[in-house]
Design a binder for this molecule. Structure first.
Ligand code: SF4
Length: 502
């Protein structure tokens, strides 16, 4: 097989199977094209389970969003036009408000190495120090599978840092972990800079108190609340990673300890540990979560037991009161792919919810252990790398009065007349921590639970109008022909056997 043929086949595999097909072939191709080390690193950092391919959005959206949120950072994507269209569309839908660079390719530029030259040229054109601190270059599925060697790009051009990353859907399982790919690469770069000379101070000057770096994107008010919790221990909240500005990376590394609020940042954690920082899991959610977190963080920062006690005494009574004033009642299931699912679950349980199941697309890590153990000790089933099928099984098994989940889970629940809330937009985008977080879920959750009678009315109203293949308005009663479907299925199976390469 010529290189040209191989490349054309990779491109057409992606076109035919998209994110859900041809994965093994793409992996093989990428390994043969010299990307084995990258893929092995991803396999170690992001172990896969039953859910080992995108069931939601393209993973690269995670890293794209991290870059687009940073000041003075330019982004270049290299991938199939359809992938780039989807990624840019989604990023503008979520208010990116800046351009995304794109280097197009065809089979010829892919196999002759011209694509790499085109990317290099684009990087040199874009790297203007008056405009940018950093240019992030991302290889999507096809260029990764074809071995486009973006790691060979210069480390900097005109004083602008160049950060090349491969983010293939067949190597990085979720968009959450793609955020870690970029955050980890940036931290590694910044750590090397800091080890080799003086670096820029934080915009507002260095903190007078030792800081705790917060790992994971969170509601904007949460870092403020965390700072108030830490203050009695003589500590301050440090930067949130992924950061909004390059110089914050140095401040993030220069901390007393790291709080892995979101537990899936494996590459970022590795950088902090290499810099000699202790990393602790969980977050100050609810009464017990806050008590435990203050204790763990305080000890990691060498704070005295007395000072930890003062911080707990100052925060916990108000949290207990807020939880008591905003109780939540009802049987629930929860699933999502943001990485904060276990924290929300803890808060729901402490608010009084009868939570039966938590599914997260993220993997189990040492930093999710405190939350997993707490939830399991209260009888909640916790499933990491949960697939959509497993989330739906939980829906069927636990018959919740409220399902909090991803779009397809919410859709299925509503079809069954069960009130449901979309996790990403309605739940994870709320304050969760400290006093502000303690009562924040009750309003939205209780309002959704109170909708049951409306669902009952709607179900009764539409009773008998048909569903699935018989849904819609028909001049006469539709007649099902299951034998047609059976015949098509057999024909398709036969065709796929013939097409299977030997
Ligand atoms: S880059 Fe993203 S959208 Fe394109 S094939 Fe890969 S996973 Fe799918």
């Amino acid at each position: 097989m010529t290189a040209q043929t191989a490349s054309t086949e990779i491109t057409s595999d992606v076109a035919a199977g998209g994110c859900h097909g041809g994965k093994a072939r793409l992996r093989e191709a990428a390994a043969a094209a010299g990307k084995s080390e990258t893929l092995e690193g991803y396999a170690a950092d992001y172990p896969v389970g039953p859910h080992d391919q995108p069931q939601s959005m393209c993973p690269a959206f995670g890293s794209l969003r991290v870059g687009l949120r940073m000041r003075r950072t330019a982004t270049i994507l290299s991938g199939s036009a359809c992938c780039v269209y989807g990624l840019t569309f989604t990023s503008h839908f979520y208010g990116a408000r800046r351009s995304v660079g794109y280097v197009p390719f065809n089979s010829e530029t892919l196999v002759t190495g011209r694509l790499y030259e085109d990317i290099r040229e684009a990087v040199f054109k874009l790297a203007d120090p008056a405009l940018y601190d950093t240019v992030v270059v991302t290889n999507l599925c096809v260029p990764t599978a074809s071995g486009v060697p973006i790691q060979k790009l210069p480390r900097e051009v005109n004083g602008v840092r160049i950060i090349p990353i491969d983010v293939p859907g067949f190597g990085v399982p979720t968009h959450a972990e793609a955020k870690d790919v970029l955050a980890g690469a940036m931290l590694r770069y910044a750590r090397n800079e800091a080890e080799n000379g003086p670096v820029a101070a934080p915009r507002g000057g260095a903190s007078a108190r030792p800081t705790v770096t917060l790992l994971g994107e969170m509601f904007p008010a949460d870092p403020v609340g965390l700072g108030m919790l830490l203050e009695p221990m003589g500590l301050a909240a440090g930067p949130v990673v992924p950061t909004r500005e390059w110089r914050e990376l140095y401040a993030a590394l220069d901390c007393a300890a790291v709080a892995a609020i979101h537990p899936f940042y494996t590459a970022a954690v590795r950088e902090f540990q290499t810099a000699g920082r202790e990393v602790v899991g969980s977050a100050p959610v609810g009464f017990e979560g806050t008590a435990a977190w203050l204790d763990t963080v305080g000890r990691a920062c060498g704070v005295s037991a007395a000072a930890i006690g003062v911080a707990q005494d100052r925060a916990l009574p108000a949290i207990r009161a807020a939880l008591a004033q905003a109780p939540v009642k009802g049987r629930m299931t929860l699933s999502g792919y943001e990485g904060s699912e276990l924290l929300v679950a803890r808060l729901l349980v402490e608010s009084g919810a009868d939570l039966r199941y938590v599914g997260t697309a993220c993997p189990r890590t040492p930093w999710s252990n405190p939350d997993r153990e707490w939830l399991e000790s209260r009888g909640v089933q916790v499933r990491f790398r949960a697939s959509l099928e497993q989330d739906l099984e939980a829906l069927a098994e636990y018959q919740p009065e409220l399902a909090i989940g991803t779009t397809p889970v919410v859709q299925k629940a509503k079809q069954r007349g069960i009130p449901a809330l979309y996790f990403t937009n309605l739940i994870s985008a709320r304050p969760l921590m400290g006093v502000a977080g303690a009562g924040s879920l009750a309003q939205v959750v209780n309002a959704a639970l109170a909708n049951q009678s409306r669902f009952d009315e709607m179900t009764a109203f539409f009773e008998g109008v048909g569903d699935g293949d018989t849904a819609g308005v028909w001049p006469s009663q539709p007649v099902m022909h299951p034998e047609f479907r059976q015949r098509q299925r057999k024909a398709k199976a036969k065709a796929s056997v013939i097409e299977e390469p030997v």
